[in-house]
Design a protein around this ligand. Structure first.
Ligand code: SF4
Length: 431
């Protein structure tokens, strides 16, 4: 028998989700005495300039709908777990729980909140000798419900159910997945083998274009995709934003290991007609032909520095710094050539010749460039990740007259860009 994947238009709460789960038989194997774990996507939290939530975070509305439906079925033992990235030290999962209304949800429904970054872990071997350390609560549960967002991603093209499971890893394992020799998508595709989601619900009330490493653009889409099959849910969700199964490397890795077809054969899409909900969204950011910076560098005529494009070894701790460096270098541009400085990040970039100074952001890239004969004058910014102020100081020390306020202004503008616009409803992110 074909495996069901539900595609439903979101029109009301909690009925749209209820219909989705009925159509895909999502709760057929659930019994009232089970311990249920809900894993939303709460990436990270910025207390100064809050990240606009649309297409970035799972809507609190859909999480609440799910709790209501579980309670109707007599489930009492419900935990919500996440391990958000600490964009700033001490501002992590707890701040996201508070900011997105989860603490209020916990109080209202008696559900438990768990910060996976604080959890004990269990380890699982993959690729012979490597290990993934996964938060204990994500593994020791009877019914794992994965509740990602419909979004694109600058390293993995899409970030849906399989990718959302990365938030169950302990920080060291998250960093390990951004491996210098192994593909990121190969590494994290194993998490589903150990966590074993019983149900995946993709929250497509908003969808995000050019997401994750930078601020993307969110669109109201109003769909929910769900299946008991983790790959099936991702395949349909990806199609709604224009990606075919073979486009996505982590789908390929997972399908191969599980001997599944990389297509919708073997599945049945129920509810809405898939073709009626396809709107392709871009995932990638253009860089200059010489790989010296984002496309805007060419448009603005920025010459001198080089900030090569991030690769998949750049992990979430360092990625805000890479983005910040781009904005800061732009702020130093006054129409004249700037100093010849190269800024490296991640774990495998190699310094190129012809630059007077090479700034290396983070312990990984410093190590990867030890002894590189192309480096005339190294500027090492240590840390894992380094501190923002040290990055600013390094850029200044290399002769770039950067303006921190420009970055603040950019972050503020991004933070407020949907305010008051039609269809962007902050109420969906409150309990
Ligand atoms: S230095 Fe940066 S890229 Fe390297 S592991 Fe730490 S956060 Fe990740």
């Amino acid at each position: 028998m074909n495996i069901a994947i539900a595609l439903v238009k979101y029109t009301s709460s909690p009925d749209s989700l209820r219909k989705t789960l009925d159509l895909c038989g999502g709760l057929e194997k659930l019994s009232p005495g089970m311990k249920v774990l809900i894993k939303p996507n709460l990436v990270g939290w910025d207390d100064l300039f809050p990240i606009p939530p649309y297409g970035v975070y799972t809507t609190t509305r859909l999480v609440e709908d799910l709790i209501i439906i579980l309670k109707e079925r007599g489930v009492e033992n419900i935990t919500i777990g996440e391990g958000s990235v600490e964009i700033k030290k001490g501002v992590g999962t707890g701040a996201a729980f508070e900011g997105l209304g989860y603490t209020a949800l916990a109080k209202k429904y008696g559900v438990e909140l768990v910060d996976f970054n604080e959890s004990k872990s269990k380890s699982f071997a993959f690729h012979d000798t490597l290990k993934l350390h996964i938060a204990k609560e994500a593994v020791d549960t009877d019914f794992f419900i994965n509740l990602p967002v419909l979004k694109t991603h600058g390293q993995t093209k899409v970030s849906l159910g399989l990718k959302n499971l990365k938030g169950c890893l302990k920080t060291a394992s998250k960093k390990l997945c951004h491996h210098a020799e192994l593909e990121l998508e190969y590494c994290f595709s194993f998490i589903a083998d150990f966590v074993k989601p019983a149900l995946t619900i993709v929250d497509g009330i908003y969808a995000l274009e050019k997401g994750a490493l930078h601020y993307g653009n969110a669109y109201r889409k109003d769909v929910i995709v769900a299946s008991t099959d983790p790959l099936g849910a991702d395949l349909v969700a990806a199609k709604t934003i224009g990606y075919e199964p073979g486009d996505i490397a982590h789908f390929t890795h997972y399908a191969k290991r599980h001997d599944k077809p990389l297509s919708l054969s073997g599945y049945e899409v129920r509810g809405e007609k898939l073709d009626d909900h396809v709107k392709p969204l871009k995932w990638d950011w253009a860089w200059t032909d010489e790989n010296t910076g984002p496309g805007i560098f060419a448009k603005m005529g920025v010459t001198g520095p080089a900030l090569p494009k991030y690769d998949d070894t750049l992990c979430s701790g360092c990625s805000p710094l890479a983005n910040m460096s781009n904005i800061l270098v732009l702020s130093a541009h006054k129409g004249q050539p700037l100093p010849k400085v190269e800024v490296l990040n991640g774990k495998k970039m190699q310094a190129r010749p012809d630059y007077d100074k090479t700034i290396m952001l983070g312990n990984c890239i410093i190590k990867a460039n030890k002894g590189n004969p192309n480096i005339k004058e190294p500027v090492e910014v240590t840390g894992c990740p380094p501190r923002m102020e040290d990055v600013v100081a390094a850029l200044k020390s290399a002769g770039l007259d950067v303006n921190e306020l420009a970055y603040m202004g950019y972050a503020k503008q991004q933070s407020e860009k949907y305010n008051g616009k039609d269809g962007y409803d902050p109420g969906l992110y409150r309990a």
